[in-house]
Design a protein around this ligand. Structure first.
Ligand SMILES: Cc1cc2nc3c(=O)[nH]c(=O)nc-3n(C[C@H](O)[C@H](O)[C@H](O)COP(=O)(O)OP(=O)(O)OC[C@H]3O[C@@H](n4cnc5c(N)ncnc54)[C@H](O)[C@@H]3O)c2cc1C
Length: 196
């Protein structure tokens, strides 16, 4: 069971997480905005201290690292004979910082575009429009959701989850869920939902 912790005081504009690997090993992490007036190490220590997780009682740190997570696509991803893909292009879900699915998907589009260029059937600049047309809307929808959860306070967020549960969000996600592409999720909902 993965744990997610939302509290703007500690995980400023992002969230904390726990991912158990086994009975004796757990990953604990926290993301904070670059606008937070603290460092990620200080925020991490505060998160561990304040969350009071019983899984961490008597625990020992075996490894640790910090990294940058881009949360917005770059305005321009092709210039001359250089094209950006993955984190370098900001092809990342702003909600979670997950960049594997979009990065790999865009890498595939870029590979096709490079093949076209080599075959003399296309221009590298067209990659810009190709990937934005396919995934731009989904990334924007993630950005809107991220803006919501990163600005609302913990009480408001608790209320939001309670209300969405009341309106049957669990059934909705199990039926139409796609945590990467919200646009596909809505498409499924309207097509399958209305087809019934
Ligand atoms: C803590 C954390 C947890 C994450 N969890 C998830 C998750 O659960 N799911 C998910 O989808 N995403 C997750 N992500 C995001 C995911 O790791 C990235 O989106 C993904 O790794 C981006 O891949 P990339 O190839 O674009 O960039 P990178 O993985 O950053 O690869 C870039 C590579 O280029 C190398 N490099 C840099 N400069 C040069 C240079 N000048 N010359 C040669 N090589 C160079 C770097 O060393 C690196 O190996 C997580 C990120 C973090 C920080």
């Amino acid at each position: 069971m993965v744990g997610l912790y939302f509290d703007n005081r500690i995980a400023h504009r992002f969230f904390g997480w726990t991912v158990p690997y086994s009975d004796t090993k757990i990953e604990v992490g926290i993301g904070i905005s670059d606008r937070a007036k603290t460092t990620s190490l200080v925020a991490f220590r505060r998160f561990v201290a304040e969350s009071d997780m019983e899984e961490l009682e008597g625990a020992r740190l075996v490894n640790g690292y910090a990294s940058v997570i881009p949360l917005a696509a770059r305005r321009r991803t092709v210039m001359g004979n250089v094209a950006l893909v993955g984190d370098a292009a900001g092809q990342v879900k702003a909600t979670t910082g997950g960049g594997i699915i979009f990065g790999v998907s865009c890498a595939k589009l870029l590979a096709h575009q490079v093949k076209k260029v080599v075959d003399g059937k296309g221009r590298l600049e067209d990659y810009e429009g190709v990937w934005r047309k396919r995934y731009g809307m989904d990334l924007k929808m993630h950005a809107v959701l991220h803006k919501y959860y990163s600005t609302v306070d913990s009480r408001g967020l608790g209320m939001f989850f309670k209300m969405s549960k009341l309106f049957g969000s669990e059934q909705f996600f199990s039926k139409y869920g796609d945590m990467d592409r919200p646009s596909l999720m809505l498409k499924r909902f309207f097509l399958r939902g209305l087809a019934k």
